[in-house]
Design a protein around this ligand. Structure first.
Ligand code: AG3
Length: 282
């Protein structure tokens, strides 16, 4: 029988993949990294027992994490990405022509290197773009020490355990506040809300004292199993998430960006949250 990969994110339930071929496996010093081939999902990358990205469904996550804040802002010139070693967010951010520079702070060089090699369509050359500035560092230290300011900040982290844990702390969010421009917006992957409801509660509690608005929007990513993923949303500009479909559509069409999941209607609708998520934002 072929080897299988069992996701160990949850103690009593998890998805399983047939591994047609293991392309790479290593303990990077930060985390356990494995990249394998699967018949349904193409090339799959996992860290510390948790599926991070697959060739087949990565576009859903990367488009929603990028185009929702970028088009809600409408004029982002400087963008900061925390994590995102596979390069998918960087690829999508660079599709916005008004962007002058993108700084990406990733703790693990090996994730970048191995994804460039085995998942080349994720970064699609983005790491060679002269607008991209890649920093190998701890994201929490970076945001607390940096003197630059950014219009959009995207935290594409792992779950809050291992190297990703610090990216869900008040100290991190304080640093985000410190380097977010006026009128800027911060978004972050915040787990699958049915399975990780506590993350909604703690993130909301930690962001609320720092920003005029702390909220969430959602997207369903097939290989982040268990229902919708909620993305954290924090800004001092209350108008950003209230814009009409027409305004968002105007910006989207003007950008000339082609998407496979994102639409202006989904953008606006993604801020409508199920009652159980609203209840968790207590
Ligand atoms: N980072 C988010 C993975 C979250 C998976 N967690 C989960 N299923 N609860 C993915 C990196 C993609 N660039």
């Amino acid at each position: 029988m072929a080897d299988t990969y069992l996701e160990t994110l949850y103690p009593t339930w998890g998805q399983q993949f047939v591994m047609d071929e293991v392309l790479f496996e290593v303990d990077t010093g930060h985390q356990h990294l494995i990249i394998f081939k699967n018949g349904q999902w193409g090339t799959v990358m996992a860290l510390d027992g948790v599926i991070q990205t697959t060739e087949k469904d990565e576009f859903i996550y990367h488009e929603m994490m990028t185009h929702v804040p970028m088009l809600a802002h409408g004029n982002a010139k400087k963008v900061l990405i925390i994590g995102g070693g596979d390069g998918g967010i960087l690829r999508e951010v660079l599709k916005h022509e008004g962007v002058e520079s993108v700084t990406q702070v990733e703790i693990d060089q090996q994730v970048i290197d191995m994804c460039v090699q085995y998942l080349p369509n994720h970064s699609a050359g983005a790491y060679d773009n002269p607008k991209a500035n890649i920093v190998i560092a701890d994201g929490v230290d970076f945001v607390n020490e940096c003197t630059e300011k950014f219009d959009v900040i995207i935290s594409d982290s792992t779950d809050p355990m291992g190297p990703g844990e610090v990216l869900f702390t008040s100290r991190f969010y304080q640093g985000i506040k410190n380097c977010l421009n006026e009128g800027g917006v911060f978004v972050a992957q915040n787990g699958v809300s049915f399975m990780q409801t506590d993350e909604v509660t703690t993130t909301f509690k930690r962001l609320s004292p720092l920003f005029e608005e702390a909220s969430f929007y959602s997207g369903a990513v097939p290989t982040y199993v268990g229902g919708i993923m909620t993305f954290a949303w924090a800004t001092d500009d209350l108008s950003l998430k209230l814009q009409s479909v027409d305004v968002i559509r105007g910006r989207f069409e003007a950008s000339g960006i082609q998407t496979r999941f994102y639409t202006p209607e989904l953008h606006v609708g993604s801020f409508a949250l199920p009652q159980y998520v609203q209840d968790a934002m207590a």
